[in-house]
Design a protein around this ligand. Sequence first.
Ligand code: HEM
Length: 476
Amino acid sequence: MTDATTGENGSGAPLPIPLPRFATARTRSGSAFPPGPRARYPGQFLVEVARNPLAMMIAMAAEHGDIAHFRVGPQHLYLINHPDLIRDVLVTGQKNFHKSRGLERAKRLLGDGLLTSEGDFHLRQRRLAQPAFHRARIASYGATMTDYSSQLQSSWEDRSTVDVHQQMMRLTLGIVSKTLFDADVDGEASEIGDALTTAFESFNLAMLPFTEYLDKLPIPAARRFNAARARLDGTIYRMIDERRRIGGDRGDLLSMLLTATDSEGDGRGMDDTQLRDEALTIFLAGHETTANALTWTWYLLSQNPAVEARLHAEIDAAVPGRMPEFDDLPALPYTRMVLAESMRLYPPAWAIGRRAISAFELRGYTVPKKSVVLMSQYIMHRDPRYFPDPERFDPERWTPEAQALRPKFSYFPFGGGTRVCIGEQFAWMEGILLIASIAQNWRLRLAPAHRVEVQPLITLRPRYGMMMSLERRAKG
Ligand code: HEM
């Protein structure tokens, strides 16, 4: 039972998300806008966004269904919560939208990388970066992923308790550093690891509302952020410079990005600033997301022993007594289903926003230019129309037959359209190989009374980390 007063959570069930209350919506017939919540006091929406943007969206969707409209000052916002509407914005009407302002703020750290750029420039960068994510290239990273997994496991002690979220962050940061820069963050290039961690920590803060001017203020977080960004830039530019002088393919993503030329466009490659922006973007986008997906997977497995037993049986049969590798992926379908179901309940990217660059029709309403359209994976993925008994962790939802019965955008952990995650295949492979390589040796158990609560920052983190005890599996 969840004890709401202390937050103690002995059952292992996640703490409920307290939802805000809004004033009852006025539904005037013939209104140009769909119904939506009204603030109970001036500034309530801003307060709720700062407090918990996910809770605010859940409350709106529960009250207003597929489409809700609200205003913050002159800004019109829409929350859409139907697969067809999500497809209309992310795919069919994608030319009509840019990223929303939140990500524009991310430019302070990421410059004009893939996540933050727009229009023709974005398309060109995407063409240049795409080969680095082709299947054959990604396949070559499989061994790095399992090597890092073994290294981590060799530091684990039976029956010890660790913060699994921290462990997964360390693991995926190590992997993205090695595959991107051929750099070992725990060793020679630990300065990258330190600077990255500091920059990302203060970056999370910088993404919150009202912090536009953060790096102009003489406060410690701003100073730390600026110092970390300067250190990171120094290291990245030095690496780019070395690569340019020495040349050759080191087998990493940076080598691919350095040699890529835009054959469909101007025939040229990326300059140093573009390389820096893309490298940092991939660093940021490519480790915390996967670490969160894995952390929530360990948590869900600990709460669902029957699923865990079936997972163990698949892994033990597919890769008996050896590390899994890229070619084993087809023999691990249930592991993939477990990961898919975990990203349904805890999607690492929990919401996406778009800004209309011109007026747009949505469900018979005209969405004015400059409106922001929000959609949340967390909410859509728990919609009982597509996922009956939505809170239940059930990997069987991911058999090909069950999947075929659902519309595509009822599930969109990697987004969609031209801005779909470029690292999607990388992430599936990394997720499956890391789950298989760890679950073949360990069973992870939630520490008694550990509080489990979602924290919707840029990605969906466990607010108090994930303290779990490591139990070495007995091999028969
Ligand atoms: C479970 C892991 C991951 C999840 C859930 C995830 C999710 C997403 C989502 C939802 C977007 C689209 C955002 C939007 O439309 O506004 C995105 C974009 C992106 N992701 Fe991922 N991602 C993951 C892993 C990765 C990895 C491993 C990499 C790189 C190694 C990566 C690199 C990127 C980049 C560069 C973009 C921007 C693409 C563009 O706009 O052209 N992601 N990701």
